[in-house]
Design a protein around this ligand. Structure first.
Ligand code: FO1
Length: 330
C-alpha cells in the first residue's frame, strides 16, 4: 500500500481521470501542488494484458502528463519515443496493432517486475511516479486493485475495450458498455488512506473532462466509491467533456448520439445527474455553451469558463479558476 504523503497538511483536490482531457488537467494541476495537493484517481477499465504485460493506459497517460513526458500530439505514450521493439515484433508477425514504444516498454517491464515481486497496483504506480518525476504533492492512484475490464456492446457484437478503441478506432456503433469484474471490486485502499491523511478539512472532488461512459463510470461504479468520495467531499465538481456539441478528443460525442442522447453539455449534465443522483454539486461548462444554461429543465449550479486546455494561456487560468471554485463550500 502507498504510504500517504506526509506533508499533506491541506485538504487535497481529488481528480478522477481517464487518459485524455483528465490527464491534461492533471498536468496543469501538477503545477499547483504548492497551493493544494492533488490526488489523481485513474480509470483502470482500459487496462489489459498484452505481450504478457499489464498495460494501464489511463494511469500511464496521467504519469507521463504530470511528469512532462507525454506525447501531446498523440495524447498517449511518451514523447521522443523510438519503436525498435515494435518493429522487431512486426517483423516476426507478432501483435503490433497496439503500439508500445521502447521507453513505454521500459515502464511496462518495471511494472511487471514490481507486480511479480508482490507490489500492488498503487505501490507500483507510486514507484513509477517517483522515478518519472511526478511532482511531490501529487499522488497518482488507480481507482481499484481488482480487475475491472471495460467491454463494449456494439452493433457488431461485444468487444474488449482496446479491441474497440484501438483495433476498430471506435467505429462500430455502441449500444451498451459493461465493466467486467466491477461487482467484485472495491475502492483502492491506498486512495482511501491518502484521502484520510488530510488534516485540514474536507476534500473537493473533480470529475475531469473525461469520457463519462468509458473513463468515469468504471471509477464511479466501483461498489462503495460514490459513498466513500461523497462522505469526504465538501464539493463535487464535474467538468463537461462536451464543448459546442463536440468532444475535443475521443468518441464521447459519438457515443452520446449512438446511445440516443443529444451531444451537448446539458444532455451530459442530465445523464450524469440521473446516473449518480445527488453526487455532483457544481457543473463546469465551456464558455461556448453559456447560452444553453437556459435550456436546463431545473436549476443547476453551472459555472462557465474557458476550458479548452490546448488554447494558449487557458490552462494556467483554468487551473486557478478551478482551485478558486473549489475553495469554498457549495
Ligand atoms: N491508442 C491508440 O489509438 N493506438 C495505440 O496503438 C495505442 C497504444 C498505447 C500504448 C500505451 C498506452 O498507455 C496507451 C496507448 N493508446 C493507444 C491509448 C489507449 O488506447 C487509451 O486507452 C486511450 O488513451 C483511452 O484513454
Amino acid at each position: 500500500m502507498v504510504s500517504a504523503v506526509d506533508d499533506m497538511s491541506q485538504a487535497p483536490l481529488v481528480l478522477l481521470s481517464g487518459g485524455g482531457g483528465g490527464a491534461l488537467l492533471a498536468a496543469i494541476l501538477s503545477k499547483c501542488t504548492v497551493q493544494r495537493p492533488v490526488i489523481v484517481v485513474t480509470n483502470t477499465g482500459d487496462d489489459f494484458e498484452h505481450l504478457g504485460l499489464l498495460i494501464c493506459p489511463d494511469t500511464d497517460s496521467v504519469l507521463y502528463a504530470t511528469s512532462g513526458k507525454l506525447d501531446r500530439a498523440k495524447g498517449w505514450g511518451r514523447e521522443g519515443e523510438s519503436w525498435q521493439v515494435l518493429d522487431a515484433i512486426q517483423a516476426m508477425a507478432g501483435p503490433s496493432w497496439f503500439q508500445l514504444g521502447d521507453k513505454d516498454l521500459a515502464l511496462h517491464l518495471m511494472r511487471a517486475e514490481q507486480l511479480r515481486d508482490g507490489s500492488d497496483l498503487a505501490g507500483v504506480t507510486q514507484l513509477l511516479s517517483e522515478r518519472l518525476g511526478v511532482p511531490e504533492g501529487m499522488i497518482v492512484v488507480p481507482a481499484t486493485e481488482q480487475s475491472v475490464r471495460t467491454r463494449v456492446v456494439t452493433e457488431e457484437g461485444e468487444l474488449a475495450f482496446q479491441e474497440y478503441f484501438v483495433g476498430r478506432r471506435c467505429e462500430p456503433a455502441l449500444r451498451d458498455v459493461v465493466y467486467e469484474g466491477i461487482e467484485g471490486a472495491s475502492p483502492s485502499p491506498s486512495m482511501l488512506a491518502a484521502l484520510d491523511t488530510c488534516i485540514d478539512g474536507p476534500v473537493d472532488v473533480v470529475l475531469g473532462p473525461s469520457n463519462p461512459f468509458l473513463s468515469l463510470c468504471p471509477i464511479l461504479d466501483i461498489p462503495g466509491m460514490l459513498s466513500e468520495l461523497r462522505k469526504r467531499a465538501r464539493r463535487v465538481v464535474a467538468i463537461s467533456p462536451i464543448i459546442g456539441g463536440r468532444a475535443l478528443k475521443g468518441p464521447a460525442a459519438k457515443i452520446m448520439i449512438e446511445l440516443g442522447l443529444p451531444a451537448s453539455a446539458p444532455a451530459w449534465t442530465q445523464w450524469v445527474k440521473q446516473r449518480y443522483p445527488g453526487f455532483v454539486d457544481t457543473w463546469v461548462w465551456d464558455e461556448m455553451d453559456r447560452g444553453l444554461i437556459a435550456t436546463l429543465s431545473e436549476p443547476h449550479d453551472v459555472r462557465v469558463t474557458d476550458t479548452v486546455m490546448s488554447k494558449p494561456g487557458v490552462s494556467a487560468a483554468f487551473a486557478q479558476w478551478l482551485l478558486e471554485v473549489c475553495s469554498v463550500a457549495p
